[in-house]
Design a protein around this ligand. Structure first.
Ligand SMILES: Cc1cc2nc3c(=O)[nH]c(=O)nc-3n(C[C@H](O)[C@H](O)[C@H](O)COP(=O)(O)OP(=O)(O)OC[C@H]3O[C@@H](n4cnc5c(N)ncnc54)[C@H](O)[C@@H]3O)c2cc1C
Length: 454
């Protein structure tokens, strides 16, 4: 059996590792020209769903490298007003977990903070013979015997590699704009939420740390303003940054070849999400200092420390993203083409579940392909079983991610009345004082991030 994967992103690479470790032939085709092209350094929170998938698919040393290259864990999640008044705080140790206390939780049962570019480099490690870069997928053809040929419009310098590849299964892991999905399920559409996010990074120093509210100086902050906009901050203390690591982790990081591509230093990653109606029409075309200035304008009236945090950020790291969500798709008949990750279930960042769901897909599909290898399942049966399960958990994740941006975040209703703001703030303050309500809220957060809780 040969599996062709389109896209060397989070899900595609996890699947590729899992298949190769299981002795299944796999080829990954990636449109980026090199392993360092388009390195987007935003923070991704890897939940137990994601960590378990990485543990199952990566070889043990690479999984240990993943763990060693994550940023320091958080102690607190805090929700605040735009004036830095605390509405609710939650300890990360209070998040529901399926195993033991925080000290005896295995790495695969914990939350991890990673820089996306670092995770990407870890996942490329040791896969040089499996990934072909500079191979942009254009379309596929399914043959009468079920085999599939994928076609690529690759650069002329790689013409010797040919422009097609044939295998038994084609997996579209090509992200939100998936061409595989557009050909296979043209009716699977996306909806713009009407929200736009602007994000950036500020170097972490004593001075910039003091610009954060005290509860989130080692944690995750969410800020809600009166116009329905909300901000986020994540503190990223990298193991090779100023915070230092233990000897074992240092050795692993030093031996890891991907590190030479990574210049990540300790930083605060911030974002503000607003309605398109509050932002200028050209917001998505803006970049650099212009975009940083716009983030400052949108948060006029916020605490002066927030404004300084944005003002001192690196203009080169500023990005604007429009936030989309996948529409529900009716079940389809399984074939020798399938999809994982954003390609089939793009979701808003509301629950931090996109990458984790992509990783879970990789694990679920790999498990079933291993059973095909062992003669326990037919290929179509395996694909059908994976897709049925994936549709179930991913539709929940898509729905809850959207609801979070809709109701709790309120930014989809841009001009919310003062009464709704008051209700939201009072509600959070009340929850903050009732431990059982807080635990219920925490469990709600984790539902789509940890399948063993459901
Ligand atoms: C700012 C931000 C913060 C986020 N935070 C979190 C978080 O905390 N937790 C979380 O779980 N998720 C988070 N996400 C979502 C997460 O990043 C995505 O859901 C995840 O990366 C999806 O993985 P994927 O493998 O499906 O696609 P991707 O990682 O996007 O990979 C797709 C790959 O396919 C390649 N490709 C595309 N088209 C082609 C083509 N035609 N031919 C060949 N290759 C192609 C791309 O170059 C890319 O390498 C965040 C997203 C953003 C933008």
């Amino acid at each position: 059996m040969k599996v062709i994967i389109v896209g060397a992103g989070t899900g595609g690479m996890c699947l590729a590792h899992g298949l190769r470790r299981a002795g299944i032939e796999v080829a990954v085709h990636e449109r980026d020209r090199t392993r360092t092209t388009g390195l987007h350094g935003y923070r991704v929170g890897i939940s137990p769903n994601g960590a378990r998938a990485l543990k199952a698919c990566l070889d043990p040393e690479l999984f240990a490298t993943f763990v060693a290259t994550t940023a320091a864990p958080y102690d607190t999640l805090a929700m605040l007003t735009e004036r830095y008044r605390t509405l609710l705080t939650m300890s990360f140790d209070d998040l529901p977990h399926t195993s033991g206390g925080p000290e005896d939780r295995a790495p695969e049962d914990r939350e991890h903070n990673v820089s996306r570019m670092t995770l990407r480099q870890v996942l490329f490690t040791g896969m040089e013979d499996v990934i072909a870069f500079d191979r942009r997928f254009t379309h596929y053809e399914q043959h009468p015997d079920g085999r599939v040929t994928a076609f690529f419009d690759n650069g002329s310098e790689h013409a010797d590699r040919g422009s097609s590849d044939t295998g038994d299964l084609l997996v579209g892991a090509d992200g939100a704009g998936s061409r595989v999905r557009r050909q296979y399920l043209p009716h699977a559409t996306h909806t713009e939420t009407g929200l736009v996010g602007i994000g950036g990074k500020t170097l972490l120093t004593g001075r910039t740390e003091a610009l954060l509210p005290e509860p989130v100086q080692n944690g995750f902050g969410m800020y809600f303003d009166r116009r329905g906009q909300f901000g986020i901050t994540h503190v990223m203390r990298m193991p090779w940054g100023t915070s230092g690591v233990g000897v074992t982790e240092r050795e692993l990081v030093d031996r890891w070849p991907g590190l030479r591509f990574d210049n990540t230093t300790d930083h605060v990653s911030w974002a503000i999400t607003t309605s398109r109606t509050l932002a200028p029409a050209d917001v998505l075309e803006r970049e650099g200092a212009d975009l940083v200035a716009l983030a400052g304008e949108l948060s006029a009236g916020w605490d002066r420390r927030w404004l300084e945090l944005i003002d001192t950020s690196d203009p080169g790291a500023a990005v604007a993203l429009s936030i989309r969500t996948a529409d529900p798709v009716p079940a389809w008949t399984p074939s020798t083409v399938t999809m994982i990750g954003d390609a089939i279930h793009t979701m808003t960042p509301g629950r931090g579940a996109g990458a984790n769901t992509a990783l879970r897909d990789a694990r679920e599909l790999r498990d079933r392909l291993v059973r095909v290898r062992d003669g326990e399942l037919g290929l179509l049966e395996a694909v059908g079983e994976y897709e049925e399960l994936m549709r179930r958990y991913s539709s929940l994740a898509v729905r809850e991610s959207l609801e979070f941006m809709n109701d709790d975040g309120t930014a989809r209703r841009p001009v919310i009345g003062p009464l709704s703001v008051l209700a939201q703030r009072t509600g959070l303050r009340v929850v903050d004082h009732i431990p059982a309500a807080k635990r219920r809220m925490a469990r709600g957060f984790q539902r789509v991030r940890d399948s063993e809780l459901v």
